[in-house]
Design a protein around this ligand. Sequence first.
Ligand SMILES: [Zn+2]
Length: 246
Amino acid sequence: MRLNTLRITCSWVACLAMAGLGFGVEPRHSAGPGYVWPYETRIGQFQIHANAPLDCRAVVDALGSLPHDLQNSLGFSPLSQPATSATEIHVFLFRKQAEFQQYLAWFIPDAPSRPAMFIQHRGIPMVFAYSRPELRQDLRHECTHALLHLQYHRLPLWLDEGLAEYFEHTAEPFGREEPQLSGEILHLNPASYQELERISDVARMTERHYQQSHQHVRYMLHHSRESREQFQKQLREFAIDRKDSK
Ligand SMILES: [Zn+2]
């Protein structure tokens, strides 16, 4: 089920990018189809908007440490604090699935059904989710995408997904072990690595591709200090130069 969510999530990122973000509504400034945002708060660089009282503990647990987790593991350069408009991520939370679906249908016509989504609209990172038992994982997964997109550009699709899968967990090491893939560590299996590298359409990613991507992240971060440093060095090649982007 999460696999479908991830596929759809990222396919929408791609679709919206290709379409030039061709929808003209700002959820931050509009109430939408009968919705208002009576509950708003900030958690670090996350600006939270909710249409009902929040399960604050779940949200804080999910997001409070996430930027720090990525910074520690991936060697991010620290983002400016407090958050600026260039580093702010808007998170829209709904009490019920039906409200979430109705809102997305209004904001993004023909949006497929899914439990959570990240989009980048006019340069503004936005995450949408609704209250359900998996909310923490949903938020961490989608907000990891948002943080990665603030930090990197042209990150390979498989790596973007592998990192989001890894950080959706809330305790280090964040990624779960997948012992059935222990013989398929990517750097020892060039064919698998090359296969992932060729995937540019998320619809072509299989469950095994997701597992391999996740396993690669986990292995590189935890196998040895050298593998972690090598991984961080590879990621720096995708880093956005903030000085040039101003
Ligand atoms: Zn994803």
